[in-house]
Design a protein around this ligand. Structure first.
Ligand SMILES: Nc1ncnc2c1ncn2[C@@H]1O[C@H](COP(=O)(O)OP(=O)(O)O)[C@@H](O)[C@H]1O
Ligand SMILES: [Mg+2]
Length: 234
């Protein structure tokens, strides 16, 4: 059984429909990427998994339906979320932002915090700094760190590279890879940055105006002429 099953998922903001019958799975231990341009529905997909959007269809975590539960229950069931542009508490310190993530996994707080500091040593050095004064890259690290504080089985990362330099992007990529390889963490990321997605993921899905258009391994997609034209300029 896949860890996450998205089955015929549609998403609605009032009468506007932002996802149309989207289906795909994320296997245990996989890194799966959903790529798409602005407005494709990437954040809507993530927010749907977190119980923040009105949906039809099914979202199952290890066979158990998530639709209808609120975000805190979904976090408790093992989904950690690093939302787009981090959404931190700007006037709280790095450490306090991380600790907020730990409230659903109180028994693991000490161990999780030590692990986040090991993954992102800069967050230990900057523990008492307000996140408002941090660089975009460090804020993204806090965001991933905060999601890890919830002891997730599945980590959702929405556009982690937005606005970041290539150097910081590769640091984030290396850390996500390490979490996957060393901790066996299953990861679903969304990206506009195709190269980043292709370098990390075992399977990639292309989302266009709320429809999943193409799916495959990075190798298969790299060989796809239509995709190359659309995203790599031919
Ligand atoms: N809160 C909202 N209310 C109404 N429409 C929304 C809302 N959030 C997103 N949308 C619409 O849903 C579509 C997908 O948006 P989004 O999921 O944010 O795309 P992406 O993350 O891929 O840029 C867009 O047409 C967007 O305008
Ligand atoms: Mg988005």
């Amino acid at each position: 059984m896949a860890l996450l099953e998205i089955d015929n998922l549609s998403a609605f903001y009032g009468r506007a429909q932002s996802l149309h019958n989207v289906s795909f799975n994320v296997g245990k231990g996989e890194i799966v990427a959903v790529i798409g341009t602005n407005g494709a529905g990437k954040s809507t997909l993530m927010d749907s998994i977190m119980g923040m959007v009105k949906n039809t269809g099914a979202i199952r975590l290890e066979g158990q339906d998530l639709i209808g539960f609120d975000s805190s229950e979904i976090v408790k069931r093992g989904v950690g979320y690093a939302p787009e542009r981090a959404h931190l508490f700007p006037f709280m310190t790095v450490e306090d932002n991380l600790l907020v993530g730990g409230y659903t996994a109180r028994d693991d707080i000490g161990r999780n915090l030590a692990h986040v500091h090991e993954l992102f040593p800069v967050l230990k050095q900057r523990a008492t700094q307000e996140t408002a004064t941090q660089s975009g890259g460090e804020r993204q690290m806090v965001s991933v760190g905060r999601a890890l504080m919830t002891s997730p089985r599945l980590l959702l990362v929405d556009e982690p590279t937005i606005g970041l330099s290539p150097k910081v992007c590769s640091e984030i990529a290396a850390t996500l890879k390490r979490l996957n390889e060393e901790d066996g963490l299953t990861i679903l990321i969304t990206e506009q940055n195709i190269n980043f997605a292709m370098s990390l993921a075992t399977r990639v899905h292309v989302l266009e105006t709320g429809h999943l258009r193409i799916s495959g391994t990075p190798q298969e997609l790299a060989a796809d002429d239509a995709l190359n034209k659309a995203y790599f300029g031919g």
